[in-house]
Design a protein around this ligand. Sequence first.
Ligand code: BES
Ligand code: ZN
Ligand code: ZN
Length: 468
Amino acid sequence: MNFKTQICKKSKSTDKIFLINKESELKALLQNDKLEKKVKGLLAESNHVAHFFNEDGLTLVVKLSSDLETNRLNANACFKTLSQFKIQSIAISSLGKEDANYSFIEGLMLSTYTFNKYKSGSKENILSIEIEENVISEASLKALEIIVESNSIAKDLVNEPQSYLNATQFAKDIVTLGKDAGFKTTVFDKKKIVAMKMGGILAVNKGSVQEPAFVIMEHKHAKAKNKKTIVLVGKGVVYDTGGLSLKPTPNSMDMMKCDMGGAAVVVGVMSGLAKLDLPINIVGLVSLTDNRPGLDAVAPGDVITMYSGDTVEVLNTDAEGRLVMADALHYAKKYDPEFVFDFATLTGASAAAIGPEGTVCMSNDTMKTDVKQKLFASGHKTQERLAEFPMWKEYGDLIKSDIADYKNLGGPYGGSITAGKFLEVFTDYPWMHFDIAGPAFLKAPTGYRQAGGTGVGVRLMLDFLSNY
Ligand code: BES
Ligand code: ZN
Ligand code: ZN
């Protein structure tokens, strides 16, 4: 982590952040008419974030908002100022409410993330955050740190290139993360996947020299509130070349190390849940492989038999995500789950429809409305927003094959939905699908989100599950 925090009575740092509710609070705070006037002017012209130097050091003044995302973004503006002046220790005091303070500190913590593993000579840069008493409770701060750390775990995994993170290494990393956080892991290697007849995963893996893996993560709690298990499923295509339906270079392949973003979300959430010790029973399932056009690769036109026994005509080997996800969704049936959420960088169509602003989601008929409402509320609160697409049955007609039960390619429209419809075939439980192809990976930073993996979905899920 690139930050450390401490709650204290009196801060030692000479550089300070003051969080206020309204300009009228400046008088008592600054006790200097001239400075008060100057800060008011700065706040007005710079979108509620002002900074000035005095003999002690830097002071930042931020006007809090009732909109949590505004506070996170203003924290990012502060972080940029701190970086500009190479400040490594800051004290925060506030006149605001706890949830506004929380979102500000969250924005500051999220802003500190970096991925420096492959940069020669990079130094650790740790921001020390001293928080005055009454700004945030000890318990909320601890939970917040775990949430931000879980988000960083997902970001790290997405940012790792497949030159390190192939399927086998990914499985090993999950085992290590499980030991650290306290969730149980079981890894199926290729031999086991063959024995299980997981035909979707094996078809995608056929053109690869690397072996696939299927990982089961379990978090059980003695005081679990849910009677039936909750299952999370993630797409873990560690690299998607498109296979024989090769993606055109350079534009569409260069970021395809992010195609395991769904699996990264599941791992991040499992780690967070275990560390937060949330009273729920939950299982995470991830299908891991790369998608390559090797000599023995699955070819357009091939018919494969899935783990469920259904047959699929593979018309486009670049629509591989739904094949690996289908086997995991079928596996999830054995838990008789309360509901299943799946995360996948599944379709370019989702990214084209709403871009990085949110996650496209879809659900089947048995998914309860109140659970969905809670998900949308968490999406709004965490700014990991959800946009639901329709799952009308006519879209299902587009994935019927002439020669097999289904085909892995839809029609000329509704690309996200036909992919969702394909997944739905393999569910028999309440289910919601999250297509994170748009927001999982950014080419340029925006606000507190860095370029690269965003870990989108982790904060959403941890908020939802904490309130479940
Ligand atoms: N991994 C891609 C989807 C993707 C696109 C993820 C952009 C992140 C950013 C997926 O496997 C894919 O290639 N989908 C195809 C499906 C099509 C062939 C039906 C797509 O969206 O073009
Ligand atoms: Zn693909
Ligand atoms: Zn893919």
